[in-house]
Design a protein around this ligand. Structure first.
Ligand SMILES: C[S@@+](CC[C@H](N)C(=O)[O-])C[C@H]1O[C@@H](n2cnc3c(N)ncnc32)[C@H](O)[C@@H]1O
Length: 254
């Protein structure tokens, strides 16, 4: 099987309804996206923080999570990272990679962030409190290449709920949304595999400009601002860093 394909049109790993590809990092290695950061986080957090708490939503087998952890750990602050993914098999693989690290600074949990709201809130509250008493939010939530899968499986409301969740639980959100052509490719892969189509595909209102819609929600409904456009990943997806405006008013309830 060909590796390191250059764009999503050529990405043919088979059909996965939730984006839960078992061999994802054979196609999309973390280094390409990590290169976009080039020390930007260290500058931002190293001077005033003793501990940086991070969340990675849709962490798959945790390879990018680990890369982000290493990158952030090159600053002065201690870095703690939680990865969550809806697929327990992927999460098990991620946990196997840290099994030999008794004091690991990373942990991984199986969780659907859209449907398991109560479990999610309990898990994150407990985690934050265990790291720092009174802590209510992560410093950074990462969400790479996951928005489309939530949009396709949970509709426009599911996407909005994800964005509200990220904005509620983190001071900074780094997000890599897939553009509309990836949606068409994902639907095509299901068709070729003779699998049922995404049931909500035809009902999605926000299609051609998903990125603009996400930007609009963050800025105009969730009280965030674009801090840095970090560039485009190898697959031509924007990587965007949002943060809360000084006085944020959350308008969507998750
Ligand atoms: C294409 S992979 C991206 C993996 C990783 N974020 C990256 O970019 O390297 C998308 C991941 O999102 C997960 N996912 C999809 N819907 C989810 C949901 N509702 N809650 C948690 N994880 C989800 C999938 O299982 C899959 O592992």
């Amino acid at each position: 099987m060909a590796k390191n394909k250059k764009n999503d049109d050529e990405f043919e790993p088979g059909a996965a309804q939730f984006g839960n590809f078992i061999n994802y990092y054979e196609f999309n290695p973390p280094k390409n996206r990590l290169a976009l950061f080039e020390g930007k986080f260290c500058e931002c957090f190293s001077s005033d923080k003793r501990k940086i708490l991070c969340l990675d939503v849709g962490c798959n087998t945790g390879e990018l999570t680990r890369g982000l952890h290493e990158m952030l750990s090159s600053g002065q602050a201690a870095v703690r990272m939680m990865g969550v993914d809806l697929d327990p098999q992927l999460v098990q693989r991620a946990n196997e990679t840290i099994a030999n690290e008794p004091e690991s600074e990373m942990q991984f949990h199986a969780l659907n962030v859209v449907t398991q709201v109560e479990e999610r809130d309990q898990l994150w509250n407990r985690y934050l409190e265990s790291q720092e008493p009174e802590r209510k939010r992560f410093d950074i939530a990462f969400c790479f290449s996951t928005t489309m899968w939530i949009h396709l499986n949970h509709g426009d409301a599911g996407l909005e709920s994800l964005l509200a969740c990220l904005a509620t639980w983190a001071d900074n959100v780094v997000i890599e949304p897939q553009p509309w052509k990836c949606y068409r490719n994902a639907a095509r892969r299901l068709r070729r595999a003779n699998r049922p189509p995404f049931p909500l595909f035809d009902s999605l209102v926000h299609r051609s400009s998903v990125h603009d819609h996400i930007d609009d929600i963050f800025r105009n409904r969730l009280g965030m601002e674009l801090h840095t456009h970090l560039g485009h990943s190898e697959w031509q997806r924007p990587v965007l860093w949002y943060r809360h405006k000084p006085t944020a008013n959350l308008a969507i309830s998750n």
